[in-house]
Design a protein around this ligand. Structure first.
Ligand SMILES: Cc1ncc(COP(=O)(O)O)c(C=O)c1O
Length: 288
């Protein structure tokens, strides 16, 4: 956000993000987040953030003003229910940024670092951002975040423009180096894609077995969601709690899907074990 503003010059500070997005818990990223429930209690929010309806190019374009500097999105919305942005949609956003001279920012905090089966999700979506954020799996649990940018954009920052007291400390950076090397080692990402396809297939089978509860499956790589039927969504929290009692940790994302984000090193046997538990638990909710 700071880089997009600084690189765009005075008077151009507005950032448009998408409804349903989640961008974090600092005050600025709360404001960028396109879900009102995350805004509540923190008003007045910093100015300069606007939200466009999901999958609506005309509405997005209408929000652009002389003050706009960037469009910010997750290539796949994680928190709001594992919603991939279509390739055409993302391409149209890229084209819009190019024609209106806006920066395109991808938030890959959740879907980057191998989660989708490539190091970054954008590699599979056919669109390259100007600025990208990364964190979470970057140091596999140790607290680190990173921002990457094209050279022409990055030069807008001088030394000291952006830093944090413990940012870039040797311990988390050493962990991040090991994680990146591990993910880039021969076969690692291919295995994520293979296990992702396997998990998606197992979830699709579950959806067939429980048509009154589950609607289908969506996701990329090892971020997969079992979408719930509208009438079954009321049971989402109870299903999650029951799974937790049986040792399985899932999230009821976007109040509509059971989100599965297993460790990237998960084995097929562990996926089978999870599916067996899910099968049992959903069985308890048939006719509920
Ligand atoms: C897409 C996305 N962006 C950013 C964040 C970072 O959030 P926080 O500010 O809580 O570290 C998250 C965390 O879930 C996320 O999913």
């Amino acid at each position: 956000i700071k880089l997009a503003r600084k690189a765009s010059g005075p008077g151009r500070y507005e950032i448009i993000s998408l409804e349903g997005s989640f961008h974090g818990r600092t005050l600025a990223t709360v404001a960028a987040t396109g879900q009102q429930k995350f805004h509540k209690g923190f008003e007045p929010l910093p100015e300069g953030f606007r939200h466009a309806p999901f999958d609506d190019m005309a509405a997005l374009e209408n929000l652009i003003t002389d003050r706009t500097c960037a469009i910010l999105c997750e290539p796949l919305q994680g928190e709001s229910g594992v919603r991939p942005l279509g390739r055409e949609y993302l391409k149209a956003i890229r084209d819009l940024c190019d024609s209106r001279k806006l920066l395109l920012i991808f938030d890959e905090v959740q879907v980057g670092m191998g989660r989708t089966g490539t190091l970054f999700a954008y590699e599979q979506f056919g669109v390259t951002p100007d600025i990208m954020t990364s964190a979470k799996a970057l140091a596999n649990g140790l607290p680190i975040g990173a921002m990457l940018a094209r050279e022409e954009v990055a030069v807008a920052f001088d030394p000291g423009s952006h830093a944090s007291t413990f940012g870039g400390n040797p311990i988390v950076c050493a962990a991040a180096v090991v994680c990146v090397k591990t993910m880039l080692a021969e076969g690692f990402l291919a295995a994520v894609r293979e296990k992702g396809a396997y998990l998606a297939g197992c979830l699709a089978e579950i959806a067939r077995r429980y048509p009154t509860i589950a609607q289908g499956v969506r996701g990329v790589g090892l971020i997969q969601a079992l979408t719930l039927q509208p009438a079954a969504q009321v049971h989402g929290p109870a299903i999650i709690n029951r799974l937790f009692e049986k040792g399985v940790l899932l999230n009821f994302a976007g109040n509509s899907v059971l989100r599965c984000i297993p460790p990237l090193v998960v084995s097929k046997a562990e996926i089978d074990e999870f599916i067996a538990v899910l099968d049992k638990v959903l069985g308890e909710f048939v006719g509920a």
